[in-house]
Design a protein around this ligand. Structure first.
Ligand code: ATP
Length: 203
């Protein structure tokens, strides 16, 4: 029996934007994934939580954003667990929830280059293939050098040459704080929700 191939895409998603949707779609196409699970963090362990919108709002925004992407789902494992979110714990839960499934952990370059510093990194790559996308228009050799390094530690790594979209959640939050349009950065329902709920507005 061939195993189902499932993408696991963790992030703060504060908020979700077109860069996230674009790489999810491209990873799915390049790696032959049948589904991608977006897993918003409760509290990100690797990042400063400035301007962090409530988990319920970030989750709802993810659900709205993936509505037109039938291969995407949003998973509330980390939000329900609360506290700091560690990928290794999430993968343990997903391994039980999805038997006979090969997991592919999806991430952008910035996160990929720090992977060996996450909690129990060897356990992470025992449970999932590691998949990375560039996060600049003209990526250098770092991605491939890091792939070689992680492979010597036992990881299975896929570098996917996905066209870079220059969007970040920081950009979206800054525009929202200034009351500017978010067109082209997030799907229209996400923009409406951010405006209606006053998210990322400066006091
Ligand atoms: P922030 O601006 O707040 O740091 P972010 O845009 O990096 O947020 P996250 O939710 O922290 O968004 O990112 C989740 C994952 O998506 C990470 O693995 C990150 O590398 C990746 N990612 C985010 N935006 C892009 C992009 N434009 N291209 C490629 N990868 C991206």
């Amino acid at each position: 029996m061939t195993k189902m191939r499932l993408g696991v895409f963790g992030g703060t998603f504060n908020p979700i934007h077109f860069g996230h949707l674009h790489i999810a779609q491209e990873f799915a196409r390049m790696l032959g994934l049948s589904q991608v699970l977006f897993v918003p963090t409760a509290m990100p362990p690797h990042k400063q939580a400035e301007d962090l919108a409530p988990a319920a709002d970030r989750f709802e925004l993810c659900r709205m954003a993936v509505r037109d992407h039938p291969f995407c789902r949003v998973n509330d494992t980390e939000i329900r667990r609360g506290g700091k979110s560690y990928t290794v714990d999430t993968l343990r839960i997903l391994t039980e929830q999805y038997p006979d499934t090969r997991l592919f952990l999806l991430m952008g370059e910035d996160m990929f280059l720090t992977l060996q510093n996450w909690r129990e990194p060897e356990k992470i790559w025992q449970m999932a293939d590691i998949c990375a996308a560039p996060r600049s228009a003209e990526p250098g050799d770092e991605l491939y050098l890091h792939q070689e390094y992680l492979e010597t530690l036992g990881a299975r790594v896929h570098i996917c040459p996905i066209t870079f979209l220059s969007v970040s959640s920081t950009m979206v939050r800054e525009k929202a704080a200034r009351g500017e349009s978010l067109a082209g950065l997030v799907p229209p329902p996400v923009e409406r929700y951010i405006k209606e709920h006053g998210l990322y507005r400066r006091a």
